[in-house]
Design a protein around this ligand. Structure first.
Ligand SMILES: [Mn+2]
Length: 296
């Protein structure tokens, strides 16, 4: 199957959900949550992430995770990841219980496409605070792609983004093998995996072009993750957006949709003049009105 038809297939099979007119959504992806060790790229940002999640929860946002939430290529046991980052999962459960959690799978956590895996690993978790096994996401369905539709805005097509990338889609068992047995040991010595779009500029650009033209052809907005490179296109430039990742060296990035406006934001640890540290949110791009895209 050609890559363009792979994207088309994900689009046709995507779950359609209503986009609430004054609804608030935050798009995160590529958290790559691991076991908390030296190769857990998420661990360094967990406090920043937890603060951001609280902020969005309190303001009524729907939390949308666009894939690669858990790093299941390097780590085999999902339950151990949940134990390590139990505070993050406790927070995700609050969104879930309010009906404000949408979760997609990416290439690093494509095991979640199987319902059996999700039931086995996501149904319950060990709550550190209450010291007991508790319900987590008993009925969650992890989607490949979602389309948010409304009467007043262009449609939003959400997917992880590996669908535009041959090695990470069809050949994922090979890519996963290389990550676990070759690139992961080499990462320790400072050698980076050249096949990861996050580290490979040309691969990354090729994927971006594909999604950009898909957006244009269909008159929709595409929101992805996968490349770890934030992209925020202005009206007239195209309809492709990328929320970046949660594993940047000193920050996490996200895309917010609030009252029909899109924003690219960054959360990081900032210092005040007196030397105290706090977690701060910075707007990197936008806000731009959704209705300004594809309206002529
Ligand atoms: Mn990915």
């Amino acid at each position: 199957m050609k890559i363009s038809s792979r994207i088309q297939k994900a689009y046709e099979e995507a779950r359609v959900l209503p986009l609430r007119e004054h609804g608030r959504y935050v798009f995160f992806s590529d958290c790559h949550r691991g076991y908390g060790g030296w190769n857990d790229n998420f661990a360094a940002n967990q406090n920043v992430c937890f603060t951001a999640m609280n902020y969005y929860y309190d303001r009524g946002f729907t939390y949308v995770e666009l894939g690669d939430g858990d790093e299941l290529w390097e780590n085999k046991r999902q339950r151990r990841i949940i134990e390590t980052h139990s505070h993050v999962f406790w927070m995700l459960r609050r969104f879930y219980r309010d009906g404000r959690l949408i979760m997609l799978w990416g290439n690093h956590d494509n095991k979640k496409r199987k319902e059996k895996f999700v039931r086995k690993n996501y149904a319950s978790f060990w709550n550190e605070c209450s010291r007991q096994e508790e319900e987590l996401f008993p009925k969650l369905k992890v989607e490949e792609a979602v389309r948010l539709q409304s009467a007043c805005y262009p449609e939003l097509f959400l997917l992880h983004g590996h669908q535009g990338d041959l090695l990470n889609d069809y050949l994922y068992p090979l890519a996963a093998f290389l990550v676990r047995y070759l690139w992961r040991p080499l990462e320790r010595w400072g050698i980076r995996d050249p096949t990861r779009p996050a580290y490979n500029y040309r691969r990354c650009e090729r994927g971006e072009r594909r999604f950009r033209s898909f957006a244009e052809k269909n008159g929709i907005i595409v929101v992805c993750g996968h490349t770890h490179r934030p992209v925020f296109m202005k009206p007239g430039e195209g309809g492709y957006f990328n929320d970046g990742s949660m594993v940047h060296p000193r920050c996490i990035t996200a895309i917010e949709l609030s009252d029909g406006e899109l924003c690219l934001v960054k959360w990081a640890v900032c210092s005040k003049r007196d030397g105290t540290l706090h977690v701060c949110r910075t707007v990197l791009d936008g806000p731009v009105a959704l209705s300004d895209y594809f309206s002529n």
